[in-house]
Design a protein around this ligand. Sequence first.
Ligand SMILES: [Ca+2]
Length: 244
Amino acid sequence: MKMLRWSAAALALFVVGCGSVEDAALEPRTLAAQESELRTCSTDLDCVSGCGCNSGQCVSVFGPPPPDGYCDQAPVRACTTSSQCADGCSCTGNACVASPSSPSTNCLVAPPDGYESDNTHTSASSYLGTPQLNHTFHNRLDLDWVLVATPVNQVMTVEAYNLRNSVQLQLDVYAYDYATRTRGALLATTQSTVCSQITPACNMYRVTANVVAGGVYAVRLVNRASTPAGSDWRPTATYDLKMY
Ligand SMILES: [Ca+2]
């Protein structure tokens, strides 16, 4: 399915790119001129979708060869609204672009989600009894803390589910002393999805812990993806969180 989507996207880009191919045919460029335009890179994230970084240059990595110059384009962050772009960027032509007032802003990075700043247990969001939707890992170093108060003695289940855009995370539950804001013992942790099939029932992270009436517990979700921070134009890793 992933490949199918890429193919459709690539096809669309190839169609869009046809104009430049014809232009190139009308006015051939010298080989030296073409080589001078090759896009330099240090990681695949420096190259547009469908191109990879090979020996410091963006080149086609699989599938049919793209139109001349396709891999020489700078990557952009796709969007449909400006809320999907970082501060200082707006969504123009389905790409996040820097506002005229801050032209040097890096618009490849994702904006933080509505639960930020929640990178420490003292700035955690509070779980209010209903699922928290659309948590994102907006950069490689992102982690998310959530505090939950437990009204009764029970086995509490915590799930990170609806995993979108290649979420890889670690899910932890800690005991917590809310009065002193002190983290206690690690009660449960996982880095593995429930099962390996590609189904919603399997593709989630789940832990359980014994909790007590009147208790507070701290849940931590850590981004385990290896994407370099600060240059991620790809769709942002997103998950929903529920506890019951
Ligand atoms: Ca966070």
